[in-house]
Ligand binder design. Structure first.
Ligand SMILES: Nc1ncnc2c1ncn2[C@@H]1O[C@H](COP(=O)(O)OP(=O)(O)OP(=O)(O)O)[C@@H](O)[C@H]1O
Ligand SMILES: [Mg+2]
Length: 357
């Protein structure tokens, strides 16, 4: 599965851009502020229905324009191709898959699984559990089918329980949600555990290729304390929840610790190593998705050379090329493009235009 054509209209600095990406590696070079990140952001919009920048989708509409459109064709091996698109006006966002006006964001996520590696990837190790849950759940979502419906029901019940807590409703109105919460929490937890086990199995080999002889391991935290299940944890913590005004335990508080040779990776490795380590995790996810569902996610790698010396750049480039899927990799200068990507399709971004080299 790969993106065989891409079209942008009034997206950030691009008025009209069309390109025909390769099914393998695509290298994009361009000066600062030429539009490299914006190009990856447009592809990300197509596969996730949202931006990876903090600012949200509206600022992506080109200055003085009314709306942006991003569309593309997805080729599925042995299957038929799909046209997907997204349009964002100042008021609304609409998604399209093969012209269907009822397309949802989830349809895009399923049509174009993609993963981003950018200079912020170290957040996965350094910052709060939100990023690690997002990382974990992306994989769980694509691989474990019971996950998403259970997660959705869990979120709904959690919202209701939190509303009861916040509004200081009687205890019985709070605990009325516990059974629904627990039932779905168990499904969410089981899918996450199954997924982490598979991730763990693939990790040593990938880490060895990227990091050398470091023993990397993952430690999953379900988000609640005690061995007796969430039901017990909720009951034992009810008074604290009532005081806090929200539910303090559950799968929405899960975490995934990454450790290297039994130290927490966050405290131990350098910036460059953190980038390599998180990239290894993302690559294992990509391999797992292929092993389980025959899907190679599209990889978006922004400013690959940032924080990496020549040796790590080469090692990483080699892994990306070896993965065999489609990827889009940006560099400030052609001189930074590793040898291992010499065969890639090359694009250059300048003055709002993308040209093939
Ligand atoms: N809504 C918008 N309308 C017009 N131009 C925009 C809009 N949003 C951002 N830009 C401009 O688009 C340009 C490209 O930004 P982008 O972040 O894609 O550059 P880049 O090539 O990734 O740069 P760097 O190498 O520094 O990361 C910038 O000059 C930015 O000011
Ligand atoms: Mg950039």
């Amino acid at each position: 599965m790969h993106l065989s054509s891409l079209r942008l209209h009034d997206f950030r600095c691009f008025e009209n851009v069309e390109l025909a990406p390769d099914a393998g590696v695509n290298v994009i070079t361009g000066d600062n502020a030429s539009g490299k990140t914006s190009l990856l952001e447009a592809i990300f919009f197509l596969g996730r229905g949202q931006s990876f920048r903090q600012s949200g989708p509206r600022p992506a509409i080109r200055r003085n324009a009314e709306a942006f459109t991003v569309s593309g064709e997805i080729d599925v091996p042995g299957g038929r191709s799909h046209r997907i698109g997204i349009q964002r006006t100042r008021r609304a966002i609409t998604y399209r898959r093969d012209g269907d006006p009822n397309t949802t964001r989830l349809d895009l996520v399923n049509a174009l699984p993609l993963q981003l590696i950018d200079p912020n990837v170290h957040r996965l190790l350094e910052q709060g559990p939100r990023y690690r849950r997002y990382f974990m759940d992306w994989g769980v979502f694509h691989v474990e089918h019971t996950f998403f419906p259970a997660w959705r029901r869990y979120r709904r019940a959690l919202r209701q329980r939190n509303r009861a807590l916040k509004s200081r409703w009687p205890k019985k109105d709070v605990i009325a949600w516990d059974a629904e919460l627990v039932r779905n929490a168990e499904l969410v937890d089981a899918s996450r555990r199954a997924y982490i086990d598979q991730l763990h199995a693939g990790l040593p080999a990938q880490a060895r290729r990227l990091l050398g002889d470091e023993a990397v391991s993952l430690e999953y935290d379900s988000g609640w304390r005690g061995e007796d299940g969430l039901g017990h944890a909720l009951a034992a913590n009810l008074d604290q929840d009532l005081r806090a005004g929200f539910t303090q335990q559950g799968p929405h508080r899960a975490d995934l610790r990454v450790t290297i040779a039994s130290a927490n990776a966050r405290d131990w490795v350098s910036r460059g190593q953190q980038k390599i380590l998180t990239t290894a995790l993302l690559l294992v996810q990509a391999e797992l998705l292929y092993a389980r569902r025959g899907i190679r996610p599209v990889l978006l790698i922004d400013d690959m050379a940032a924080e990496l010396g020549a040796r790590y750049r080469e090692v990483l480039a080699h892994e990306i090329a070896a993965l065999g899927g489609q990827s889009f990799v940006t560099f400030l200068e052609a001189s930074l493009v590793p040898e291992a990507l010499a065969e890639a399709r090359m694009f250059h971004v300048e003055h709002g235009a993308v040209t093939r080299r």
